[in-house]
Structure formats: structure tokens, C-alpha cells
Design a protein around this ligand. Structure first.
Ligand code: S3P
Length: 450
């Protein structure tokens, strides 16, 4: 399991132009959902392009523990023989979701309306994250939970034997919470309604419809109202997982700040609930173009072309865009360090409860590397120094957070002195080929002897 017992210190130093094609791995959100929904169908779901990062591999193991037959055919191709909605078996052992908040929260939802009991745990990062945001709505279905103080893992969920459907207004902008409620609603009779004031990534809704569930989405004054009819027979499917825009963010941002770069990142989904970073970068004046725009599997897709952009300006990122780029603020703060003037990011308190407190982790590391950062509970601001003026030279704590580790590796590519992280091991949770992929573009990223 992904407990990262052995830290892997890493250093990134200045490099020549980054050039070439960056084939980033499959989307993490869609990969988790393919395995979980595949396990809730009767029959064989086939998956291609699955992200084989630790987070998703932990979800694959969990689905086996709940009774599904999950087979790795190699090269990102997998099959799942599901047990049907309500067909989960009680696991023999503890379910270890490693570093993955998405994995644990979605799986808790999926099992909470079956008459089984399961105990969940994770690594030190996951065991510090809040779970009440999921167990509160699951209690409305009739599920019970016992965890550590503050609703932390390890935690046991006793699924509802006679679940009732739920109407739930999601109190925080969270696709994980929304998805947990929808997955629980699958095995409740009648209609489960989830309302979100702000749109968050909508993969669960789209995929549930694709798997044959009756689901409607309406935009109202209250927000997005999602209505799911429970106890459907889900149809086993083929899922072709698109490449992950959150992983694409790293080669794209690196190309924008390293002189002379020109990088193509093909086949990236531009679903509006995920593409906020690219819009923001373009507003900052980035030379980032969408080539070969097309529709694949009902989703807008393009090849992203990013070129060195020495004249980017700091901007105010609109708070209503936060959900569509929530995982991309760390790497945006790196780009903002090389822009002219201040980049202000508001409405981002969710960043404080991710794999790490991402505002704190980035602020500490950026300051150590000579960049001024101001912060409040719900906002932070980076004062850009302009191209060629970021000192670098410090070692940053990655705090068991893959996106923090990768963001500081991107910083090192354009800073005046090398940038290190104490532990790059978490990178394998979402982007196992980060190091070779960046090296192939021309970056100098290396693992240090610990
Ligand atoms: C995810 C939702 C987001 C995101 C996470 C993946 C998902 O979390 O940060 O990496 O797949 O649903 P929240 O929904 O908690 O904001």
C-alpha cells in the first residue's frame, strides 16, 4: 500500500528549453470512478487508459475486497467483473486507501447503503483529513460510523440495512462529497437529490448516465440539482479514460516559465468543471493554445500547446472559478512567481484540507525560495518577481502531497538556484511517470541519495 515509508528527496535545477510531446497519464477522478462503477455493475466493464498511480491501485484493491473481480491486463487495460448495485460483500480486512481522499470518500458512499461493515484507513496525510463531510450525509441514509476524534480515519462504517433516499444540500464545494452521496443513493429506493451551490467536477453524473442510471441535472436558483433514481441495474461498459488535465498542468506550466520552451500536451479534456487553470493562465498572458479541438466520449478535448511566456502578468483569480482548478493552485502559484505583479487567489479555503494544507505548504516553500506570499484563511497572494528573478535554492517540505512535490520541481526548472523537496515519493499517487516524462522534455529532475 502507499504508505511511503521511505522518503525520496528530489532536486530540480535550471534546464534548457523544454520541447516535445508530453503524453500525460489517465485522469485520476475518472479512473477511480471507472473501477467503482464497474464493481457496481453486473458483468464485465473494460477500461483503457487507467491511471496506474498508487491512489487508483488502492481503489482497485478495495473493489476486490468488496467482491468484484478486478484484473490488470497490462498497458492501462483493466477489466472489472462487478457484483451489481447492493451486491458488495463484507471485506475480510481493513481497507487501506493510502493517500487518497477521493478513493476513501467515494468507496464509503458506495458501501454505505449495503448491510455490511467496513473499516477504512490510510497514510498519515489521509488519516488527518476530515471525513464528517461524508459521514454526515451517509447517516441520513441510515449508515453509522465510528472514527477517531474529529471524524478522522481509521473509521468503521456500518452500512444501512434499509436505506432511505436523501435530499442533501452539499455544504462545501466538493465533488467527493457529492459523489459519495450519489453512489450511496444508487442502493436506496426512490429518488436521491443532491444540490450543489457551486458546480464541481461532474464526472460522477456523466458516468452514472453512461452506465445506464436515471439521473437528471437542473440548474436552478438554489444551484445544480441532481436527481438520481435508486436501485438501477447498471450496464457494464467500456471506459476509455481521458488524459488528466491536473497532470497536464505540470508540463504546461513548466513550458511557460522555462526560456525557449515549446511543448505539446495532447488529448486533454477541457470539461469546464476542470479547465479553470488553463483559462487563468491565458488571462495572465500565457502563450497557451488549444489545437485540434474535438469531442471525445461527450467531453471537449484539445491538444494543449504551451510556449515560453516571459511577459505574464499577475491577476485576480475569480473565486467562482476555484472548484474548476482546485488541484491546480499550487502549480499556479509557481507560475505566478515568474509573472509581473500580484496574483490574488480568493475563495480557496478547501485548499487547507487537501493532501496537505496546500496554502501553508506552498507559502512556506515559496518564501524559502525568495518569493513573497501573503495569506488568510480563505485567500492567498503571490507577488511575482518576473522572469529570471526567482532566487530558488531552498529545500521544501512536500508534506506527503504529490502536487506540492511536483510544483516545487517545476519551480526549480526556472529559478536561479536548484530547488529540492524532502520527499518526492508521493508523486506516484497521481503521476508515476512524472520524472521520466519531464526528463524527456529536457528537465533536470533527479532523485537525491537520502
Ligand atoms: C476529486 C475532487 C476534488 C479534488 C480531488 C479529486 C474527485 O476534491 O481535489 O483531487 O475526483 O472527485 P473535492 O471534491 O473534495 O474538492
Amino acid at each position: 500500500m502507499s504508505s511511503h515509508a521511505t522518503p525520496i528527496p528530489m532536486t530540480s535545477s535550471a534546464c534548457g528549453p523544454l520541447t516535445g510531446v508530453a503524453q500525460v497519464p489517465g485522469d485520476k477522478s475518472i479512473s477511480h470512478r471507472s473501477l467503482i462503477l464497474g464493481a457496481m455493475c453486473v458483468g464485465e466493464t473494460t477500461i483503457s487508459g487507467l491511471l496506474e498511480g498508487d491512489d487508483v491501485l488502492d481503489t482497485a484493491r478495495a473493489m476486490r475486497a468488496f467482491g468484484a473481480e478486478v484484473t490488470d491486463l497490462g498497458g492501462g487495460n483493466w477489466t472489472v467483473y462487478g457484483v451489481g448495485v447492493g451486491g458488495f460483500a463484507e471485506p475480510d480486512g481493513v481497507i487501506d486507501c493510502g493517500n487518497s481522499g477521493t478513493g476513501v470518500r467515494l468507496i464509503m458512499g458506495a458501501m454505505a447503503t449495503s448491510p455490511i461493515t467496513a473499516t477504512f484507513t490510510g497514510d498519515a496525510s489521509l488519516n488527518g483529513r476530515p471525513m464528517a463531510r461524508v459521514t454526515d450525509p451517509l447517516a441520513l441514509f441510515g449508515a453509522q460510523s465510528v472514527g477517531r476524534k474529529g471524524g478522522r480515519l481509521p473509521m468503521t462504517i456500518v452500512g444501512a440495512a434499509d436505506p432511505v433516499p436523501v435530499r442533501y444540500v452539499v455544504p462545501v464545494p466538493s465533488a467527493q462529497v457529492k459523489s459519495a452521496v450519489l453512489l450511496a443513493g444508487l442502493n436506496a429506493p426512490g429518488q436521491t437529490v443532491v444540490i450543489e451551490a457551486e458546480a464541481t467536477r461532474d464526472h460522477t453524473e456523466r458516468m452514472l448516465a453512461g452506465f445506464g442510471a436515471e439521473i437528471t441535472v437542473e440548474d436552478t436558483d438554489e444551484g445544480r440539482v441532481i436527481t438520481l433514481t435508486g436501485q438501477p441495474e447498471l450496464r457494464a461498459q467500456h471506459v476509455d479514460v481521458p488524459r488528466d488535465p491536473s497532470s497536464a498542468a505540470f508540463p504546461v506550466c513548466a513550458a511557460l516559465i522555462v526560456p525557449g520552451s515549446d511543448v505539446l500536451v495532447p488529448g486533454i479534456g477541457l470539461n469546464p468543471t476542470r479547465a479553470g487553470l488553463f483559462t487563468t493562465l491565458r488571462e495572465m498572458g500565457a502563450d497557451l493554445t488549444y489545437e485540434n479541438e474535438r469531442t471525445e466520449g461527450g467531453e471537449p478535448v484539445a491538444d494543449l500547446r504551451a510556449r515560453f511566456s516571459p511577459d505574464m502578468k499577475g491577476i485576480e483569480v475569480p473565486p467562482e472559478r476555484a472548484a474548476s482548478m482546485i488541484d491546480e493552485y499550487p502549480v499556479l502559484s509557481v507560475v505566478a512567481s515568474f509573472a509581473q505583479g500580484q496574483t490574488m487567489m480568493r475563495g480557496v479555503k478547501e485548499l487547507r484540507v487537501k493532501e496537505s494544507d496546500r496554502i501553508d505548504a506552498m507559502a512556506k516553500g515559496l518564501r524559502a525560495n525568495g518569493v513573497e506570499v501573503d495569506e488568510g484563511p480563505d485567500w492567498w497572494a503571490v507577488t511575482g518577481l518576473g522572469h529570471g528573478n526567482v532566487p530558488g535554492g531552498a529545500t521544501c517540505a512536500s508534506q506527503l502531497d504529490h502536487r506540492i512535490a511536483m510544483s516545487f520541481m517545476i519551480l526549480g526548472m526556472a529559478a536561479n538556484a536548484p530547488v529540492s523537496v524532502d520527499d518526492g515519493a508521493p508523486i506516484t499517487t497521481s503521476f508515476p511517470i512524472f520524472e521520466p516524462l519531464m526528463a524527456q522534455l529536457g528537465a533536470n529532475v533527479r532523485q537525491d541519495a537520502s
